[in-house]
Write a protein that binds this ligand. Structure first.
Ligand code: SF4
Ligand code: SF4
Ligand code: SF4
Length: 262
């Protein structure tokens, strides 16, 4: 084995759930001979956010002006950047509401003084080039292993271009949308979780984000939800939870309700 691969794991605004998920993996111990952790506060007390790394994993949404500068600095110091989890790839649930930032701020912090300058939560790729993405809230452990493993052998991770429904049907789960009328987002959501929620009879809320390559048919699914009695606002609220920054969502849902009096 040649030189060790230098990695960093950085947190922006997040719940730290993604890095906790990965920090608890036993498999990390097997990486020790091959990897040098330059920054990962959850694992390494002497972490530094400004050391050069080969692979930078970034968790969390860009939600303060200070984080805008931090992601730029991480990008400057990293050969490869991987956005990790729904916050970093889609802006996270903190992007869900379209209420003004000032109103949200007042609700949470009141008149308290804070050390940072807030802004609307956004995905990391709105500020820097992101080379790869790991999806989910939190992602599956195998997502991290697969991504890190392929990068360590000089290859690259492939994107998943099919929806949760495919894994759900392959597993033979009863369909909560068709059989129970629940607003499952499986048809428009990127697979990779092995249909974790429908396997327990729970409707998918779309944490892995809309499937890419322009095949997330928000309009078709909105039509099904509408037939099941959901209003436009209810549909948008559900679909926006993890897709607030998707440029096509609102327009496609609106199309279904054109000319319809609610
Ligand atoms: S994606 Fe989910 S688990 Fe990961 S940091 Fe954001 S809220 Fe937490
Ligand atoms: S339960 Fe949801 S994910 Fe499974 S097949 Fe039905 S709509 Fe698709
Ligand atoms: S079923 Fe949907 S909400 Fe549940 S883990 Fe998979 S993508 Fe996320």
């Amino acid at each position: 084995m040649g030189e060790k691969i230098r990695i960093g794991f950085y947190a922006l605004t997040s719940c730290y759930g993604c890095q906790l998920q990965f920090a608890m993996m036993d498999e990390l111990l097997q990486l020790i001979p091959n990897v040098e952790v330059k920054c990962w506060y959850m694992l390494e007390r002497d972490s530094s956010e400004v050391e050069p790394v080969d692979i930078a994993f970034i968790e969390g949404s860009v939600s303060t002006e200070e984080e805008v500068e931090l992601v730029k600095k991480i990008r400057e110091n990293a050969k490869t950047v991987v956005a990790v989890g729904a916050c970093a790839t889609q802006g996270g649930v903190q992007s869900w509401t379209d209420k003004p930032l000032e109103e949200l701020w007042k609700t949470v912090y009141g008149d308290a003084k804070v050390k940072f300058q807030p802004k609307k939560a956004e995905p990391v790729e709105n500020y820097i080039k992101v080379d790869y993405k790991i999806y989910g809230c939190p992602p599956e452990k195998r997502d991290f292993l697969y991504t890190l493993g392929t990068l360590l052998i000089g290859s690259w991770p492939e994107d998943i271009d099919y929806p949760v429904c495919l894994e759900c049907r392959l597993n033979g789960n009863p369909c909560v949308l068709l059989e129970k009328g629940e607003p499952c987002l499986g048809p428009i959501t990127r697979a990779g979780c092995d249909a974790r929620c429908p396997a327990y009879g729970i409707a998918c809320i779309g944490c892995r984000g809309a499937v890419g390559y322009d095949v997330a048919w928000f309009d078709s699914l909105a039509r099904v939800f509408k037939e099941k009695g959901l209003t436009k606002e209810e549909i948008l609220e559900r679909m926006r939870m993890f897709n607030a920054h998707n440029p096509k969502l609102e327009e496609m849902v609106n199309r279904i309700f054109e000319g319809v009096k609610e």
